[in-house]
Design a binder for this molecule. Structure first.
Ligand SMILES: [Fe+2]
Ligand SMILES: [Fe+2]
Length: 274
């Protein structure tokens, strides 16, 4: 997880998000959401339209951000641009990486910690934000709050899913792993569906940027292929900018927009399917 020193109501809020996530993210749930959203049949819009939408989303799992999400997108992109002026595709990843959070605006009923329904028009935040982890195999130690939040997850009692490898083969690769459902996986599916002309590194950074138990915790290596290990360096490089460019000095978006529009026109132009 991004922040280790939390206390009081903030800790409660973050903990509750993870308790719900670790109770309800199962193999069945992930397959269902993947099928539902992987078809990208929700709506059509451009990247800039999606970026505007993102400003309506608050990330309950992230104690660092209390300003509109699009600023975080520009801050991350600008941080990358300073450090990697020659890699425009990488800069665009900064802008795109959290765009999947528009999932939170998809109308879905919420579930409380005892499994009951709570009236809401929004997608539950535990299926949008927060650190991700593989389902279908035993949870590893570096998954945040793993010792106290999985007891009601039915997969932990299923012998098919609760062994070291679960439904996977040794080193069969993260491409074959079902990750908990959230904004990483959704945006990855949008990128694939719309054939974004970005290098493979970009797809990895977006798909696994919230997989902290892997890129920061060092767990789940028993599932990784050599290709995953090669890509890990890129995911880590991206993570620096995701984490350390958050600041109250908000970027001048009007001034930056034309540059990023040119990158969008190059790699993922026009009306896209979401
Ligand atoms: Fe994210
Ligand atoms: Fe982010």
């Amino acid at each position: 997880m991004k922040v280790i020193r939390l206390a009081g109501p903030l800790l409660d809020r973050v903990y509750n998000t993870y308790l719900l996530m670790h109770t309800h993210q199962t193999v069945d749930f992930v397959r269902k959401k993947g099928a539902e959203y992987g078809a990208c049949a929700q709506r059509q819009m451009s990247i800039m339209e999606a970026l505007d939408l993102l400003d309506n989303v608050v990330d309950e799992s992230d104690p660092d951000v209390d300003f509109p999400n699009s600023y975080h997108a520009y801050q991350t992109a600008e941080g990358i641009r300073q450090a990697h002026p020659d890699k425009d595709w990488f800069q665009l990843v900064g802008l795109l990486h959290d765009m999947g959070k528009i999932l939170a605006l998809a109308g879905e009923p919420q579930v409380n910690s005892r499994g009951g329904s709570v009236c809401s028009s929004r997608m539950h935040s535990w299926a949008v934000v927060g650190d991700t982890f593989p389902v279908g195999c035993r949870v590893q130690e570096s998954v945040v709050f793993s010792d106290s939040t999985f007891h009601d997850n039915p997969d932990t009692k299923n012998p098919l899913y609760n062994s070291q490898y679960g439904i996977y083969q040794p080193h069969s690769g993260l491409a074959n792993v079902l990750m908990s459902w959230g904004h990483d996986e959704y945006m990855y599916k949008v990128m694939k569906f719309n054939n974004f002309a970005l290098p493979q590194e970009a797809f990895y950074m977006i798909r696994f940027h919230s997989f902290y138990p892997w890129h920061t915790g060092g767990d789940y290596m028993h599932l990784c292929s050599n290709e995953d290990l090669r890509m890990l360096a890129w995911v880590k490089e991206f993570n620096k900018f995701d984490l350390y460019t958050k600041c109250k000095d908000l970027p001048d978006v009007t001034q930056l927009k034309p540059y990023y529009q040119s990158l969008i026109d190059k790699y993922c132009p026009g009306q896209l399917y979401w």
